[in-house]
Design a protein. Structure first.
Length: 109
């Protein structure tokens, strides 16, 4: 795999980071879970994905392009800040049941 096209490797790396990032956003309750179509918060799971990205950042240091490194640093920092905000706000589970029962016009279904 080391002899592959650097463009392909960069795409794969970005896809991997993006996958963990999306999973963290879902676990933070910032995005709908595509499996349940609901906003759900699981801070333990969010912490796991953030830890994975943090580990990836430390293990790849010096072995990725400047762009990849900066993108990873920014991703980890943004997720950590949002994680801290969610920890401070334990009573905010994302969308409430009332919000879920409203359609896009804001009216009850």
């Amino acid at each position: 795999m080391g002899q592959e096209d650097p463009g392909k490797e960069q795409q794969l790396f970005m896809y991997l980071v993006g996958t963990f990032q999306s999973s963290a956003w879902i676990a933070l309750g910032k995005m709908k879970n595509p499996m349940t179509d609901k906003i759900e918060k699981n801070l333990d799971q969010a912490s796991y994905y953030i830890d994975l990205l943090d580990m990836l950042q430390s293990k790849t240091k010096g072995n990725v392009s400047e762009y990849e490194e900066q993108m990873l640093i920014n991703t980890v920092s943004e997720l950590k800040m949002n994680f801290i905000d969610e920890q401070k706000n334990p009573n905010n589970p994302g969308e409430t049941k009332e919000q879920e029962s409203k359609d896009s016009t804001g009216e009850e279904e």
